[in-house]
Design a protein around this ligand. Sequence first.
Ligand code: ZN
Length: 438
Amino acid sequence: MHADSLIHARWVIPVEPANRILEHHAIAIEKGRITTILPSHEAREQIGADTVMELPDHALIPGLINAHTHTPMSLFRGMADDIPLMDWLNKHIWPAEQRWINAEFVADGSRLAMAEMIRSGTTCFNDMYFFPDITGKIALETGIRAVLGMILIDFPSAWASDADGYLERALALHDSFRNETTVKAIFAPHAPYSVSDEPLLRVRTLANELDLPIHMHVHETRDEIEQSRKQYGMRPLSRLRQLGLTGPNLIAVHMTQLQDDEIDAYATSGGHVVHCPESNLKLASGFCPVARLLDAGINVALGTDGAASNNDLDMLGEMQTAALLGKGSAGDPEALPATQVLQMATINGARALGLDGDIGSLQSGKAADITAIDLGRIETLPVFDPVSQIVYSAGREQVSHVWVNGELLLADGELTRIDTARLMADIRVWQGKLEEKS
Ligand SMILES: [Zn+2]
């Protein structure tokens, strides 16, 4: 049997089927897809591969899926810290965006974010920002898998001036990436507090017609709930339900403010939740009741949010935070075990994005989106349980190799498609410009 490449590893953690760890196994890849996973000694006898890689101390996991981020905002990393969400947005982020956002900013910010994500084992991200066409172009250039948000917000920006403009650009974006295998576009109305009823109804209609997910910040802070009660006489989730936006297409990000009846109703609707623990902690937005959501049968994925409110795009770190915070806030050390958190960072993200037929687990037939983590280091020895080491002990510098669609994007810690020195020089130029203003 022939394969384009064959990767031997100490451990293969497929995530699905759940709770399985394969030792001394190999993954065969042909035309970007996993063709088979089998014991290494059998692979050596049966498979002739063009390239063979030996990873004797490594675990192979499905590429991590960052289910909520704002990639270009990496250029705002560390610009305004230690303040509440609405001050952060109103006094810092939104004014900076009014002044700086253009195609060039988005190109360089996105490339910075993608470099960081690939280096930390992320192979797919779900984005929400202005100029998503540029982020999509940079994703094709860097090779990472991207889900672009067709952004919609009530105020004008350099990307569009009103609802008509945002929706026109949204549909053009969807069309221009419809034949790509690694980049697709979905709806991304910013939040209930920043998008009014009429444009939301139009999103609902279009999302139903095109059968596309709707990616939105929902119930992020207590202020959001209060403002909605004053303005609309109801909580944001009730309003979204009345507008017909809740359902299996909704990807609700944050969800820190939830009543029991809302959890039950959301579970019945089949909607997805993206948990962003570090952003919620940093902005003191509240605590997403992840253990209760999972118990109710809700699909919960994991995201970093943007680097301006995290301040990194490190999904290994995010898994650790999610596990620890999940236990602490549930008052239960058995809540959110490591295997479940790894599912949140992989297959659950794929499911939320409607990509679970293609990615999210290591199984034959799926795309070869794979992350290798070197556990043979001081920091992660001894290895009794590789999943435990990955979630609780490993740092992102232990990510050694990353493949997307069978292509090696990180080889021995080095980016294969991105010119690191040039990227860093470009970002330093941006730092000078952004400092000049403030
Ligand atoms: Zn966000």
